[in-house]
Structure formats: C-alpha cells, structure tokens
Design a protein around this ligand. Structure first.
Ligand code: ZN
Length: 332
C-alpha cells in the first residue's frame, strides 16, 4: 500500500512535468499473451503473458488520465500532422493466440478502446511452429519429462521456469521446430492437438476483423527473423502474410510488425522491403516514443513484460524513459 502510494506520488507529478517538457507524443505498447492471475503465477514462461486483470486496471488508468487509445492508422495520422498536440497510446498483440480472442479483445471492448493485432498467418494456417508455447504447456502439465533420453522431474513453478529457460535457450534458432517435434514424439505429445489448443483460428479472426475496435496487421507467415533472410525470401514473408490476411478475411491490411523487432532482427533493408510489400507502416520493438515526423517503417514499440504489473512501471514507457534506458545500456 505504502509502495503503491509512493509510486503514485512519484509518477503522477512526473507525468505532469513530462507533459510540459516532453510535449505531444505517442507510445506504442506491445505484448503477446494474457492469462488470469492464478494461471499466470505458475506459467513456466510467464513474462510472455500479461495478467489480464492488470490490463483491465491499466486501461482504466489510461482512460482516467486522458490518454487517447488509438489504432496504428490513427497514430500515423497524428505523427504526420505538425499541429497535433495530443498524447496517445496504441496496444498491439503480436503472433496471436486463442487468448487474444477469448481474454484480451473482450477487455478492450469493455473499455471501448481499439486494439491492433499483428497476425503470424502460419499460426491459424497451422504451418508455423509455436514451439515456445508447446514446450511451456508440456512443462506446466507434467510432473516429469524426457529430454534426450533423460528423465527431468518437475515439481515447483520455479523449477519449471528454470527448465523452460534452459531448454528454450538451447533450442532457439532455425532448428527449434525440429527439436520441439522430436521432444513431442519422445514425450508422446500430440503436436497438432497442442497447436490447436493455443493457436488463434481463422473463424476467431473473422469475428475480430468485423469488430470496429480491432485493427488487423501482419507479422509474417512463419514468424521469421527478417534480417536473416535473402531479399526474395524476406519479401515473401512480408507480402505473403498481407495477401493471405486480405484474401481470407476480406480486409485491406496496411500495417506490419517485425518478429523479434530489435535492431539485429530488422534494419534499413527490411524497412524498405516492408514498403515494397505494400504496407503503409512497419513497427519494431525498439523502445521509445512516436513524435511528429516519425519514420513510418521503423516505428518504435515498447514491449510490456509480464513481470511489470504496476501502473507505475508502465509510466516509464509512457514517459519514454525505457527508451532512454535502452539506449544507455545498448539494448536496442
Ligand atoms: Zn512475434
């Protein structure tokens, strides 16, 4: 309670000072998944999720503090207008899993604010491996697993988190899907059933695309790291996702977000390719704020980590301080 009051005393005047000093600005925020608090506590990769009750509180805070919650389209319009004087926030979800439809969209609807979805089309098509999710839920649901012929026992959430970290860091890279498939076979997990237990479906996306509060954007076909691809492969990932979404949902997708999104994952060549693929904008996960005159193909976005569950921590993003910190520490 005292900590909350102290945080409030600190952040509220800061926000007011910042309004005078920082001026008009936009803050694009992104996250992947959400979970109810009870499930969140035990998840092996819980930083990947926001507590759904936290999202609810944060949206109420933003509305009360007179932030405008906007689409990417509207953020671009404001950043392109020299006389815009507003403060605005955009929320985007990358990849898109079932909880986007079941948990997150209903909360945004209840607050009557928009939400942007950056869809990896291989997820509803069943062609992209969602190995980090599959690995996580196998660890969550079992008391022991087999890993390369060895039994690994799992009892506490801490143990599951440590094992998740260890396995996911050794798998990470182009061969992760094959290693995950072998792991599923070794542990007799139905890899398809696991996919559909978590993937968003085209039927869910159809419903979401008809909602005036939902803006649908693209996030590649297979969740590829664009900078690692040859130009024609990269263009196929960008264009393929846009065309697939347009055809399947009957919409006109205009915005793109780079998977991973840090400076090593997408650069000037890739920003140019996003334009060539027919998008009006492309977003990174480089921290910072959007201001007047912002380049549309390298939009900064601030990833909300699931462990940051106080509105005070979010103020750091809204003030642009996480971007400043990232530049100082070189995490860009
Ligand atoms: Zn992603």
């Amino acid at each position: 309670m005292i900590a909350t009051l102290a945080a409030r005393a600190l952040t509220q005047p800061l926000a007011q000072v910042a309004d005078r000093m920082v001026g008009p600005r936009g803050c694009l925020l992104t996250f992947h998944r959400a979970a109810p608090p009870k499930l969140w506590e035990g998840l092996p990769n819980r930083d990947f999720y926001l507590d759904i009750e936290f999202i609810d509180r944060f949206l109420a805070h933003l509305v009360a503090q007179k932030w405008d919650v906007v689409t990417i389209g509207e953020a671009l319009r404001r950043s392109g207008s020299a006389d815009d004087n507003s403060r605005y926030v955009n929320f985007s979800i990358d990849d898109c899993y079932r909880d986007t439809f079941e948990l997150v969209a209903p909360v945004f609807r209840r607050h009557n604010v928009p939400l942007t979805l950056f869809v990896t089309t291989g997820i509803p098509d069943g062609t992209a491996s969602i190995w980090p999710i599959g690995l996580e839920y196998i660890l969550l649901e079992r008391d022991e697993i087999l890993l390369d012929g060895q039994v690994v026992r799992l009892s506490t959430p801490e143990e599951r988190r440590a094992v998740y970290q260890r396995i996911s860091s050794t798998w990470d890279g182009p061969h992760a899907p094959q290693r995950y498939a072998a792991f599923c076979a070794e542990n007799r997990v139905d890899i398809n059933a696991m996919h559909w237990a978590h993937a968003i479906t085209w039927e869910m996306l159809e419903t979401l695309a008809k909602d005036p509060l939902i803006e649908v954007g693209a996030h590649t076909v297979s969740h590829a790291r664009i900078s690692s691809l040859a130009p024609d492969e990269a263009l196929a990932e960008l264009e393929g996702a846009r065309v697939r979404l347009n055809q399947r949902l009957g919409i006109d997708v205009q915005h793109f977000a780079f998977p991973y999104g840090r400076s090593g994952d997408c650069g000037p060549r890739d920003f140019a390719l996003a334009r060539e693929a027919g998008f009006l904008s492309a977003a990174t996960t480089r921290k910072g704020l959007v201001r007047s005159g912002q380049d549309r193909f390298s939009l900064p976005r601030n990833t909300i980590n699931g462990s940051h569950r106080s509105v005070g921590a979010m103020e750091m993003h809204l003030l642009g301080l996480t971007g400043v910190a990232a530049r100082i520490t070189g995490r860009v």
